[in-house]
Design a binder for this molecule. Structure first.
Ligand code: NDP
Length: 319
């Protein structure tokens, strides 16, 4: 079978979101003098977290958003981290606070995330924002699922009435993804590790979203011909033999070179060869969803700045 699917280019969609954010930042500054400010807190020396945080801080700066990186040592206690969060909550100039996950063992993530001021919770993980999202109220929405919806709309994918299947039920991706799709009037099924006949359920989906963390879990028999397939997974594939069944012919040589050079190559939860043969639209890994996440974080920061400062303005004027 030949290659049929069209690739959804995350770089292009992320660039469109960032361009709009940069324009809003510029307007906000010229009309009100406000410069949005994002603080990213990182604890410990996890190398993947370092890459993500650097990218967030750099992107913010590129778009005219003030950004601060608070790097705390691995031995930081829960109370010390809590104190930093509370200090940032109080700081008038700070619009967005992001605590990079995962946190070192011994720190209770929920306690930290619940301490964030919901109005500054640009990751959208606070129970207030999760609750507002589930009730269909305006909220700060987790960046990865929000970015996927934004991209699907820009690509003019029909969501209303579509049969959507989300594989994964995490608070970060799967659950908010399902809620956003319900908001768009899709008919949503959420699958997880206990789902019976996963392939059968997935193969009925017009829109299939995989957020699992298992390389290549989604194979050809999971994909309805012509489906839109969104691959959120970020996994490392090390075995050259496995790679041969994973990538379409035109990508294979490059991937094998990467494995040879670095020991592994970044892959998603979807077998790329199968998706290219059966889907109509597919997000590549890398180059798909990952890029949208950072762009949406910037959008959330500007929205948090506008909303919080407007509320404060109303409160100050007695409104
Ligand atoms: P979690 O580990 O929190 O959740 C994984 C989900 O997948 C769980 O609901 C789990 O089910 C389900 N699952 C695991 N194995 C299977 C299986 N064999 N069949 C069906 N369902 C299964 O992961 P996250 O949601 O945080 O992340 C998912 C993936 O997305 C990861 O690869 C992560 O790296 C990536 N990611 C990418 C982002 C990006 O920007 N591109 C951002 C965030 C995540 P159960 O609940 O029953 O255990």
């Amino acid at each position: 079978m030949g290659t049929k699917a069209e690739l959804l280019n995350g770089k292009q969609y992320a660039a469109a979101i960032k361009e709009e954010v940069a324009q809003r930042v510029e307007r906000l500054k010229s009309e009100t003098g406000i410069k949005p400010c994002l603080v990213v807190v990182r604890v410990g020396a996890d190398p993947a977290s370092e890459v993500y945080v650097n990218s967030k801080v750099r992107t913010a700066q590129d778009l005219g958003i003030t950004s601060e990186h608070r790097h705390m040592p691995a031995e930081t206690s829960e109370d010390e981290l809590l104190a930093v969060v509370l200090e940032l909550n109080e700081r008038e100039d700070v619009d967005g606070i992001l605590v990079q996950l995962p946190l070192p063992k011994g720190i209770n993530e929920s306690r930290i995330l619940e301490a964030l001021d919901p109005q500054k919770d640009v990751d959208g993980f606070h129970p207030v924002n999760a609750g507002r999202l589930s009730q269909g109220e305006p909220a700060l929405v987790p960046c990865t699922p929000a970015g996927i919806i934004d991209m699907l709309k820009r690509a003019e994918v029909q969501l209303s009435g579509a049969d959507a299947v989300v594989v994964g039920r995490s608070n970060i991706v799967g659950k908010p993804m399902a809620l956003l799709l319900i908001r768009e009037s899709a008919t949503v099924t959420v699958c997880h590790s206990r789902t019976k006949d996963l392939a059968g359920v997935c193969s009925r989906a017009d829109l299939l979203i995989a957020a699992v963390g298992v390389p290549g879990l989604i194979t050809a028999d999971f994909i309805k011909p012509g489906a839109v397939v969104i691959d959120v997974g970020m996994n490392q594939l090390e075995d050259p033999e496995e790679a041969k069944g994973f990538f379409p012919d035109d990508q294979l040589a490059k991937r094998l070179r990467t494995i040879e050079k670095r020991g592994s190559t970044l892959v998603g939860d979807v077998n790329a060869k199968a998706a290219m043969e059966k889907a109509s639209l597919f997000t590549p890994v890398p180059g798909g969803v990952g890029l949208l996440t950072v762009a949406m974080l910037m959008k959330n920061t500007v929205e948090a700045a506008i909303k919080r400062r407007a509320t404060r303005g109303a409160a100050n004027s007695g409104g």
